[in-house]
Design a protein around this ligand. Sequence first.
Ligand SMILES: Cc1cc2nc3c(=O)[nH]c(=O)nc-3n(C[C@H](O)[C@H](O)[C@H](O)COP(=O)(O)OP(=O)(O)OC[C@H]3O[C@@H](n4cnc5c(N)ncnc54)[C@H](O)[C@@H]3O)c2cc1C
Ligand code: SF4
Length: 477
Amino acid sequence: MSKRPMLQFVSTAKEMPLKRDADSRAHDFNEIYAEYAAEKAAEQASRCSQCGVPYCQTHCPLHNNIPDWLRLTAEGRLQEAYEMSQATNTFPEICGRICPQDRLCEGNCVIEQSGHGTVTIGAVEKYITDTAWDNGWVQPIAPREERPESVGIIGAGPGGLAAADVLRRAGVQVTVYDRHDRAGGLLTYGIPGFKLEKDVVMRRVEQLEQGGVEFVLNCNVGVDISFDAIRGKHDAVLIATGVYKSRAMQAPGVGAAGIVRAIDYLTASNRVGFGDSVAEYESGELNASGKRVVVIGGGDTAMDCVRTAIRQGAQSVKCLYRRDRANMPGSQREVQNAEEEGVEFVWLTAPNGFAGNPVEGVMVQKMRLGAPDATGRQSPEVIEGADYVEPADLVIKALGFEPEDLPTLWGETALEVTRWGTIKADFRSHETSLPGVFAVGDIVRGASLVVWAIRDGREAADSILTYLSQPAQVAAE
Ligand SMILES: Cc1cc2nc3c(=O)[nH]c(=O)nc-3n(C[C@H](O)[C@H](O)[C@H](O)COP(=O)(O)OP(=O)(O)OC[C@H]3O[C@@H](n4cnc5c(N)ncnc54)[C@H](O)[C@@H]3O)c2cc1C
Ligand code: SF4
């Protein structure tokens, strides 16, 4: 492949990989974007303006060397691009697929801000590492030496897996415990296949297994084994358990049959995608087929629910959100995808009760945006006398997640938490109030992003290596 000059953004337009049309993608759970052809990836990478101070890199939580791997891609030096990309990111092909790039790297791309359209950083990042997998460049970890120390990681989501990768590369003995039957955390059972196909996650889990990481699955820490026992077995422990308590909703009739939690709905759908037999799906309890579906919430979880319901063959899918489009937390890209697929957004609406059991309808209040609150965000206010009933056979609550009360569940009151219930951990070292116990990802940050969990996991692994090397630590063994 010939070398391409960079800075081609003036003459070459931004082009994403081909997106499947809404009709075809609404019937399956496969990803909606195709892969770039090699020539197109090189062309799009060559649009980068190679800024001296790259804002994309600054706004990437992993500080990926984006301009450098874009240049290598433009020059056709893909193996070098892969080496550089994976040096800062444990799962580049996953971030390339599901990071909200419009808020991170691409949103801060200088040529985006000058009106030329961002470099398609995420799509190129995905292309580089998918190509690496296709060419056999991604190999199992082979540590140069085995170390005697062992680390127990609780939680096999992106935070736990990123830490496992770094620790195992250093030769540490790593055991990852998870209460699910498959590793991957929300990558496996939360995020739907149309955003992240499951074999992309499973090949990473296999890579870690082949490199010597031990997985203990179906193991709920605090139930099947005590936290204390895990501490006793390992020289250091990392807590990466995520946040799973669904935010509660107070409204008359909220306990009716047919009103379900987003996490249960999405987990069932993902299990079905793996070929598992799921009783609640078979019975219709967690299956939108033929139903009038109402999803409550405006975040990424709500977006995943509405788009899953479309694919399950719902009769209609409506999303109720109490603010307007401009003020919703979910990605605008996902709203657009959902609208293309047939989802109706009912902005400025909030439920205040449910009719029937099983549910037949949602009592809806209409809202308007009032004065900005202390954070500068306009607060929704009820418009009196404008209530109506929205017919529904399945209501999915997607109101966000809170941490479980780990100190109580695990009988470890010395594990300090914040007033929100998240684990208190040093923001650099990730060490908790318990010596030798570290914590990362959503259980520390509250519901966040995959890329932040990966960053935390990598950083915590470095801190754990330092901790294991301390003379006091060796003497204690
Ligand atoms: C529906 C949905 C869609 C999302 N979409 C995106 C997206 O598009 N892009 C993005 O960047 N982020 C997205 N997120 C957020 C992202 O998935 C999380 O921020 C990220 O997965 C957090 O990683 P983690 O490792 O901290 O925890 P998790 O991924 O939640 O993993 C925690 C693991 O710990 C295990 N565990 C918990 N308690 C125990 C216990 N007691 N014993 C044993 N194991 C335990 C769980 O089974 C789980 O496997 C989404 C989240 C949801 C819910
Ligand atoms: S990891 Fe996420 S934020 Fe960083 S370059 Fe990749 S897509 Fe952008």
